[in-house]
Design a protein around this ligand. Structure first.
Ligand SMILES: NC(=O)c1ccc[n+]([C@@H]2O[C@H](COP(=O)([O-])OP(=O)(O)OC[C@H]3O[C@@H](n4cnc5c(N)ncnc54)[C@H](OP(=O)(O)O)[C@@H]3O)[C@@H](O)[C@H]2O)c1
Length: 343
């Protein structure tokens, strides 16, 4: 006999125990979505796996079943509202209800703002921001019908801070945060506070994301360190399902940089520009590519393999340490002098 989850956070938890719940995950064919599916399957959750690549989703579903969960594969393009509504319908038809929904699918186009083709810029908005809009629209009626539930938007620390060469992505992640805050307010004032809306703000995560992204920099891309494993985000999402909160960072560097940004935005903006300009690129040269922005990458992989590049990452992590320390010292000095550099 399963009991509802107890909630200690700011929102209402699931109305039944996690192991008895049905959770829909978009972007489940790779990276963080796959790691989240495995984390939930291990706890006996029924997971509904959505993304464009059906073969990749099938591999993930098979592993989920081996781990003890039930899994349903629903190939879905999140840019199409009707397709996302059908995802919700199929999840509820298969498992009887939907208790939680994770908006996780995303793409990116890396390059200077004036060098990202407008079609790609638009598509990043469509997948990341409108994809989340579609997910919320499809999920709310089912979460309401279940008597409550949790909706998690996997954003990024780039929903709070900004990094050069990521204008389209940054804009969508900032947008998701505003969207989530507004919908949460509306649910509360219209008597639907039993549905929680949570936003996750991860640091850099070791996933295939940096290989999938469109690239207009002429250079090989690398994740700005420190780089955390995808399980860090998966476990944050599991915690949010049990104890919903408005927002949760995933990875200590995200929390640190978020705090510094709030204290001294102008100074941290400059430091991050310097840092990202030096750490987002590997040594190789690359042709322009639109990556997986328009079409799926059929290879299911949970991690990005960046742990195999230890020497480079150690060097860049040291740069992060230097930048963080310098920013902290600068922030304190500037605050005490009330300098214009901090505001
Ligand atoms: N990696 C990081 O450093 C990092 C940091 C902070 C936040 N995040 C966020 O974490 C989430 C997952 O990213 P990740 O790192 O795991 O990247 P990833 O490995 O590239 O995974 C992205 C997922 O989105 C799916 N997707 C892309 N376009 C789609 C569409 N139109 N419809 C449906 N699904 C689509 C992809 O599957 P298909 O290609 O099969 O459709 C894939 O499953 C994203 O929201 C990302 O912004 C990542």
């Amino acid at each position: 006999m399963s009991r509802p989850e107890r909630g200690y956070g700011w929102g209402m938890p699931l109305t039944r125990s996690l192991d008895d719940s049905t959770v829909v995950i978009t972007g489940a064919s790779s990276g963080i979505g796959t790691a989240t599916a495995y984390a939930l399957a291990r706890r006996g959750v029924a997971v509904v796996l959505a993304a464009r690549s059906e073969p990749a989703l099938r591999q993930v579903a098979q592993r989920c079943q081996e781990l003890g969960g039930r899994a349903l594969v629903v190939p879905t393009d999140v840019t199409d509202l009707e397709s996302v509504r059908q995802l919700a319908d199929r999840a509820a038809a298969e498992f009887g209800r939907i208790d939680a929904w994770v908006n996780n699918a995303a793409v990116s186009a890396v390059g200077l703002f004036d060098e990202i083709p407008i079609a790609e810029f638009r598509r990043v908005l469509d997948v990341n921001l409108l994809g989340a809009v579609h997910g919320i629209k499809a999920a709310l009626p089912y979460l309401g019908a279940a008597g409550g539930g949790v909706l998690v938007n996997n954003a990024s620390v780039l929903a709070e801070i900004a990094m050069p060469y990521q204008s389209a992505y940054n804009a969508t992640k900032h947008g998701i945060r505003g969207l989530a805050d507004t919908v949460r307010q509306e649910l509360r004032v219209t008597g639907r506070g039993q549905i929680s809306i949570c936003t996750v703000l991860p640091a850099t995560i070791d996933t295939p994301f940096f290989r999938h992204t469109a690239n207009h920099t002429g250079r090989e891309l690398a994740p700005p360190p420190p780089v955390y494993p995808p399980e860090v985000v998966a476990e944050t999402i599991v915690r949010l399902l049990r104890r919903p909160r408005r927002e949760a960072y995933a990875g200590g560097a995200a929390r640190l940089i978020g705090l510094q940004w709030r204290l001294a935005p102008a100074l941290v903006e400059r430091t991050l520009a310097w840092y990202a300009h030096r750490t987002q690129f590997g040594p190789g040269v690359r042709m322009d590519s639109s990556g997986n922005v328009f079409d799926a990458d059929a290879q299911a992989r949970r991690d990005g393999g960046w742990h195999g590049r230890r020497r480079q990452l150690v060097r860049m992590t040291a740069a992060f340490g230097l930048a963080a320390a310098g920013t902290a010292v600068g922030t304190m000095a500037a605050i005490t002098r009330r300098s214009r550099w901090v505001r």
